[in-house]
Design a protein around this ligand. Structure first.
Ligand SMILES: [Zn+2]
Ligand SMILES: [Zn+2]
Length: 283
């Protein structure tokens, strides 16, 4: 098992105590083969996370944990970049000379507007008016060629559900198909982000019908990520999401070493109890 989406105390929104050591210890206890740390990297100077990631300190911390767990647990150096069209020229120069294993590209903004702030993004919008520009941004993120992994496709549903009710991909099937085709064409990996199991709708990002569409188009592999922002989040939703991925026809999981894609069998992890269940938290 691999969990390739983990936030530590190098992210401004991680819970206190989210140390790399604590995650590694938990991963080993649960029988994981590898984990990837993916703290936030923002390029919008107006965002509170701008300038938060200290690359040198991050690298030193990862090196220390790697050494401590050598031969027992593989630790990958990743990062989660917020894709914004306006700042799409920034990542290339920032990453120059830095040795990451993989880069997740994720859409947290439409234009420069964050959609996770108290529902203001949805005010005065129909579902189509909210989702169509979002999926447009996701397609651009994939086509930018900047990223190894497309993070949490359909993440907008995390916030839209409270406004519009349950999410369905059907009205946006054309856009989602284009995104999935772009994923397959670009060689970017599709993430199955399990953090949706920490919310009332209890499904991953993307949802099962989108995974099935991915399989119809020829997709066979995903990356798995819990998007943990606290130690209790680690592993949450991974067993359920792996079962869904199998049911959709996925057979492989992807991880990366020095930005080179590696393929492993998508195993069936034992269904162990999820820590923190019943105590939904932000994150
Ligand atoms: Zn994210
Ligand atoms: Zn994340």
């Amino acid at each position: 098992m691999y969990d390739l989406h983990i936030h530590t105390n190098h992210s401004p929104d991680a819970k206190p105590g989210s140390s790399m050591e604590a995650y590694a210890a938990r991963a080993l206890e649960l029988g994981y083969r590898g984990i990837g740390f993916t703290d936030h990297l923002e390029f919008d100077p107006d965002d509170e996370g701008f300038g938060f990631l200290d690359y040198d300190q991050y690298s030193r911390d990862i090196d220390r944990v790697r050494l401590a767990y050598e031969g027992r647990l593989s630790i990958y150096k990743g990062v989660e970049v917020s894709y914004q069209r306006e700042f799409s020229d920034k990542p290339a120069s920032w990453f120059r000379g830095k040795d990451f294993d993989f880069i997740i590209g994720a859409v947290h903004f439409v234009g420069r507007e964050p959609f996770h702030k108290e529902g203001s993004y949805f005010r005065g919008k129909s579902p189509e008016q909210a989702f169509r520009p979002y999926f447009e941004e996701v397609r651009r993120a994939v086509e930018s060629g900047l990223f190894d992994v497309l993070g949490h496709l359909d993440h907008l549903k995390r916030y839209s559900t409270a406004v519009f009710g349950p999410y369905s991909p059907d009205p946006y099937a054309d856009q989602i198909r284009d995104i999935l085709k772009a994923v397959l064409k670009s060689g970017c990996a599709l993430e199955l982000n399990t953090s949706g199991f920490r919310h009332a709708f209890r499904e991953p990002f993307p949802c099962l019908p989108t995974l099935q569409e991915f399989a119809r188009l020829g997709g066979t592999a995903v990356t798995l990520g819990s998007d943990s922002h606290a130690i209790d989040h680690f592993h949450a939703g991974i067993p359920e999401s792996t079962a869904l991925a199998h049911s959709a026809g996925m057979t492989e999981q992807i991880y990366f070493v020095s930005r080179k894609k590696q393929v492993a069998v998508l195993g069936a992890p034992p269904l162990s109890p999820i820590r923190g269940r019943g105590r939904p938290k932000a994150g």
